[in-house]
Design a protein around this ligand. Structure first.
Ligand SMILES: [Zn+2]
Length: 402
């Protein structure tokens, strides 16, 4: 399974992945998902929001209509790693294989899910598929999101054969989910220091994305006196440096990973610079403090350079505390396998974090020896991935087969 997915959307030049929602690479990942489901006789559905579900229906269902869901996402950041997302989907299918092999049958349907546009790499809003499902974003707002070429989410969905008019919350589906467990490669190095292949999530830091636009005046780099310039690059640069300083002071994280200068000529002063601030903090108070201090520096520096600064929040995810009862059951199921998993907070957002607002959700993390993620260097050892599958199978057995 892993080998068949590896070449899809990989850039020969960087070795990283570019699996952006509803592009050919993403469609190929979706076809791969359908094929893996078909191999196992699972029933595949695409929900109204473009999320893919593969269902293993029990032969002897228990009373009630609850389902247990596991999975993750298949899309990537630009030049992302192979594990972020796909590991959770591949491990979900592999865990069902282990149950079949052990002749353990579900008494509740088990769903394997691949959420759409988790990274927000194309349309700017992370976890878009799960946010639509839970109603954390309105259908109207989602339809209007645009990619770098001006294509709207609605147009991209329609081009992929989906109906953008049908998107929105799905309370029927949500009400049936008794538990959602997402396995994910750890995007830090906490487990590497603990000598544990698998960990369990405690909470997700509140985090968000802010777009800051610096509007100046384009001019000639060789003839415009420094004092006559309204160069938006200068307040942008001051803002980047301030973000680092403030993040250190507040005990949080701030990153500018995306910037666009207009018109983008090497011999011209920019007319405008757009930059995206990714901010994360242990609590909402500190996140607010971080963002307000960074945008204050942007505005102050903009004023001193004759540059107009505007900022707006593109996405904001509150702090997530995962369901305690579900976590206890997960830890107990792992204990039966002789696994004593560390319980960890994380600064990375996940579909499980979005779903946690609507259903009991939990996460398993698989050790990442270097801690590198959102990069082609992201890696998890095969034996750690296998430990993850065994752990996930034990959790599914506990939640869906008893
Ligand atoms: Zn991910």
């Amino acid at each position: 399974m892993w080998r068949s997915l590896l070449p899809v959307g990989r850039s020969d030049r960087t070795g990283g992945y570019r699996r952006f929602s509803f592009t050919p690479a993403d469609i190929e990942c979706r076809d791969w998902f359908r094929l893996e489901a078909a191999h196992r006789g699972l029933r595949v559905e695409t929900d109204r929001n473009g999320n893919l579900w593969a269902w293993w229906d029990p032969e002897r269902p228990a009373a009630g209509t609850g389902v247990v869901v596991t999975g993750s996402h298949l899309d990537s950041v630009p030049d992302g790693g192979a594990f972020d997302g796909p590991l959770g989907v591949v491990s979900a299918f592999a865990a069902t294989d282990l149950l079949v092999k052990a002749r353990v049958a579900p008494v509740r349907p088990i769903g394997v899910v691949a959420f759409a546009e988790e990274e927000g790499a194309r349309f700017g809003m992370a976890c878009l598929g799960s946010r639509l499902l839970t109603g954390a974003v309105t259908a109207e707002n989602a339809r209007a999101l645009t990619d770098a070429d001006g294509v709207t989410f609605a147009e991209a969905m329609a081009a992929a054969g989906l109906d953008p008019e049908a998107i929105g919350p799905d309370p029927d589906l949500l009400s049936r989910i008794e538990a959602f467990v997402e396995l994910h490669v750890e995007q830090g190095s906490a487990l590497a220091g603990m000598d544990a292949a698998v960990g369990v999530a405690e909470s997700i830091w509140p985090h968000g994305r802010w777009r800051i636009d610096f509007a100046g005046r384009a001019d000639h780099a060789g003839t415009t006196k420094l004092t006559d310039r309204r160069d938006p690059m200068l307040p942008y640069a001051a803002t980047v440096l301030a973000a680092r300083t403030v993040a250190t002071e507040v005990g949080s994280l701030a990153t500018f990973g995306r910037v666009a200068a207009q018109p983008g000529a090497a011999n011209a002063i920019s007319s405008a610079v757009s930059a995206w601030l990714d901010a994360r903090a242990p609590d909402e108070e500190r996140l607010k403090e971080l963002v307000s201090q960074v945008t204050a520096v942007a505005e102050l520096s903009g004023t001193s350079h004759g540059v107009t600064v505007t900022s707006r929040c593109e996405s904001l995810t509150p702090a997530v505390e995962f369901d305690l009862d579900l976590r206890d059951r997960v830890v107990a199921a792992l204990a039966e396998q002789g696994i004593d998993p560390p319980v960890l907070p994380t600064g990375a957002g996940h579909d499980a974090g979005v779903l946690a607002a609507a259903v009991p959700a939990a996460m398993l993390f698989v050790r990442n020896r270097t801690g590198v993620s959102h990069s082609p260097a992201e890696h998890a050892e095969p034996e750690d991935c296998e430990a993850g599958v065994i752990a996930l199978a034990a959790v599914l057995e506990e939640l869906a087969c008893r």
